[in-house]
Ligand binder design. Structure first.
Ligand code: NAI
Length: 424
């Protein structure tokens, strides 16, 4: 069995660095602060074991800590071999009630061993980002399913995987589609991915957005955020899509919409946000200009065909930290960031989404976990929408923290919007 991270990474200064990062995140997560107080008072997770596979960096660490403060025994590992911050993992492992198995830069075998180490804790609740934990439990440890109350899934790709499992009758416990609820998707996918992907690319390359042509593949929630923020940084944006409505939406927002084959020759920077595979492939590499940047913000590293790129290249070398250049036979250099993995999380300098955004997403995770222990029996096996009152609860805590007041429906207005009898 894989040793806990603290046995592998022994440098004590790592823990201090990780604790500092966590303290900074904690200070900017007012939703989790309110939920922590509730959980400390009520101990909703007493006796529960929560297994987590998520990007292990400072914000996630605060979620794990808050669940532990509510009485849970938490075991956590990464959901991507490059997104873990080792210092945070070590600091988190030192938090009472939490064991962290996450480590950066591990190979696939060690990555799955760490997931198994989490499963060895016999979780009663699972919290996933991408579905690897749920999938491993169903494939390898089905005996555990009887004692699992349910789980929560953080991202679009994970929710797609869960829906595919449910459609095949293979999903055997209830899962909340945290990704799909407004307090997550409208902020995390749009603003979080937009801001942090652009920030990571700029910091990794030290290059400007202004005057560049940025090709955004996919105009879903993430793509909209990336396109909007790139446009806001004075770049020209081209969108590629396969869905006619999303393509039309991009057109009406004022972006050029083209097939990738046409965009390939025009872009300076390419950012994939589709959750799909083979979005940028050999025929596109052949048309690209010298010096282009290729980055992926979708969950898995399958959007840019790196095998095809490597096969085309006569040389490949690290151009800067986090940037791998592939030299074509005609001398053009195509630069891939973060090995084609989530650029906002897997680049050496990446910090992931802004703290405030993750406070919202993880606030939803925390109230969903609470819902599972309080009312888990009400949910059948399958994928469930986050109950609207839970999403509103998180929004209201955030508004209070920001000092923002809103109007409230009067009884007459409530009756009016709920009725069907009122006409002209
Ligand atoms: P979405 O489903 O809203 O959008 C995906 C879009 O890509 C759709 O409009 C779809 O029509 C389009 N698409 C699919 N195949 C395409 C192709 N071959 N060419 C062009 N467009 C194509 O999904 P969302 O929420 O935007 O998520 C996208 C991906 O980003 C997922 O893998 C998700 O898990 C991931 N994600 C990443 C985050 C990050 O921190 N980098 C944060 C949140 C989600």
């Amino acid at each position: 069995m894989t040793a806990p991270i603290s046995d592998r990474v022994t440098d004590p200064s790592l823990r201090a660095d990780g604790e500092r990062k966590m303290e900074w995140a904690r200070q900017h997560m007012p939703i989790l602060a309110v939920l922590r107080e509730q959980f400390v008072d009520n101990r909703p997770f007493e006796g529960e074991r929560i297994g987590m596979a998520m990007h292990v960096e400072a914000k996630t660490a605060i979620l794990a800590e808050v669940l532990a403060a509510g009485g849970a025994e938490v075991a956590i590992t990464g959901c991507n071999p490059l997104s873990t911050h080792d210092d945070v993992s070590v600091a988190l492992d030192a938090v009472g009630g939490v064991t962290s198995y996450a480590e950066r830069g591990i190979d696939d075998e060690t990555y799955y061993e760490a997931i198994e180490a989490v499963i060895d804790h016999d979780p009663t609740i699972t919290v996933d980002d991408g579905g690897d934990l749920v999938f491993a439990i169903h494939e390898e440890y089905p005996d555990l399913i009887d004692t699992i109350v349910g789980g929560c899934e953080e991202t679009t790709t994970g929710v797609h995987r869960l829906r595919a499992m449910a459609a095949d009758g293979a999903l055997e416990y209830p899962m909340f589609a945290v990704n799909d609820t407004p307090m997550k998707r409208l902020f995390d996918n749009v603003h979080g991915t937009g801001e942090s992907s652009l920030a990571s690319i700029a910091m990794t390359t030290n290059l400007s957005w202004a005057g560049k042509t940025v090709v955004v593949a996919g105009f879903g929630y993430c793509g909209k955020g990336v396109a909007r923020k790139a446009s806001g940084q004075n770049a020209d944006v081209i969108v590629t899509e396969v869905d006619p409505r999303r393509a039309l939406e991009a057109h009406m927002e004022g972006y050029d919409v083209r097939p990738m084959a046409a965009a390939a020759g025009e872009g300076d920077v390419f950012i994939t946000t589709t959750g799909n595979r083979d979005v940028i492939v050999e025929q596109h590499f052949e048309r690209m200009a010298d010096g282009v940047l290729l980055a992926n913000a979708g969950h898995f590293d399958v959007e840019i065909d790196l095998d095809a790129l490597a096969a085309l290249a006569v040389d490949s070398y690290e151009a800067r930290e986090g940037v791998q250049a592939y030299e074509m036979p005609d001398g053009r250099r195509l630069n891939v960031l973060a090995e084609g993995r989530l650029v906002n999380l897997a680049s050496p300098i990446s910090l992931g989404h802004p703290v405030e955004v993750m406070d919202q997403s993880f606030g939803v995770q925390a109230v969903c976990a609470r819902e599972l222990v309080e009312n888990g029996d009400d949910y059948e096996a399958g994928v469930h929408a986050v109950p609207d009152d839970l999403d509103r609860e998180v929004a209201e805590i955030k508004l209070r923290a920001e000092g923002i007041e809103t109007d409230e429906l009067t009884p007459q207005q409530r009756e009016y919007v709920d009725s069907w009898q009122h006409g002209t």
